[in-house]
Design a protein around this ligand. Structure first.
Ligand code: NAG
Length: 268
């Protein structure tokens, strides 16, 4: 690249106005691929055009073809010739920055495809860059399955764009006591055994969220607690009863003793 530029800047002028050719002109799309667009919003594609000092952009053309190649051919979306002074917005499609920026308002699924921006120099040499554009899909078909052998739960999602996974146990965020979540969020490694209670996987993206719950056997901790409490209560009651009985008996005997004494005293 550096060498190419060097050639452009240093050698091209020496070649006495000889056109630098397509090697010096370059175009690339700056958007990160694939570009995902939410239906109804605007698609904005930004191209970067570089050329040598002797070159001139004479035309910028934006085209689209389907990604699968099934639907027929290329569709020309916008063209910008000369200095691009009088670019007229064509309905939803408009060009800005001398044709380097393509904007399509009210995006729909039909606008998906492979976009191509072609730059033509004054000598007619063409350079093209491509960019895949797809609809930003909502989250679909969330499901949770269990991997018994590895004590893990796996969350699946069908075709949503950029899904983010999060987990809940009994509607509370996962704690270390319950388990740990894999880096991509799709797998929950359950640390407690056996797996019990309700595990919910929530999948979200910019268009919303969807959730699925895996229901294991009820957790026993609550039941155990109640049992322990009942047993404690019974033991306490028994103990109390025995104590009360012992006290009552002692009281009775001591009374009888006193009465005996009294009786003896009377007789003396
Ligand atoms: C369970 O998880 C392990 C490790 O991730 C994997 O190798 C195995 O295929 C999984 N089993 C099932 C039935 O999905």
């Amino acid at each position: 690249m550096a060498l190419q530029r060097f050639l452009c800047w240093r050698i091209a002028p020496l070649l006495l106005l000889m056109p630098c050719g397509f090697q010096c002109m370059s175009v690339r799309v700056l958007n990160e691929e694939p570009v995902h667009v939410i239906p109804g919003s605007s698609l904005v594609l930004q191209a970067q055009i570089e050329h040598g000092p002797l070159e001139e952009v004479s035309m910028v053309t934006w085209e689209r073809e389907s990604e699968t190649g099934i639907t027929p051919g290329k569709v020309t979306l916008a063209t910008c010739a000369g200095k691009c002074a009088g670019t007229r917005p064509n309905g939803r499609v408009s060009l800005e920055q001398q044709g380097a920026t393509l904007k399509i308002d009210g995006y729909s699924g039909a606008d998906s495809g492979v976009y191509a921006v072609t730059v033509t120099d004054q000598a007619g040499a063409k350079t093209t860059a491509h960019c895949i554009v797809r609809e930003y899909e909502a989250v679909h078909h969330v499901s949770v399955s269990i991997n018994v052998s590895h004590s893990s739960l796996v969350c699946g999602e069908a075709w949503g764009t950029d899904p983010h996974f999060s987990w809940l146990h009994e509607r509370v965020a996962i704690t270390k006591a319950v388990g740990s979540v894999s880096k991509d969020g799709t797998t929950l490694f359950v640390s407690s055994s056996p797996i019990c209670g309700h595990f919910t996987c929530m999948v979200s993206n910019k268009r919303g969220y969807s959730a699925a719950t895996f229901t294991a056997a009820p957790c026993e901790t609550e039941g155990k607690g109640t049992t322990v409490a009942v047993v404690c209560l019974v033991i306490l009651l028994l103990f109390g009863g025995v104590l009360a009985f012992l006290l009552w008996r002692r009281h009775r005997y001591s009374n009888r003793g006193e009465r005996l004494h009294e009786h003896l005293d009377d007789n003396i």
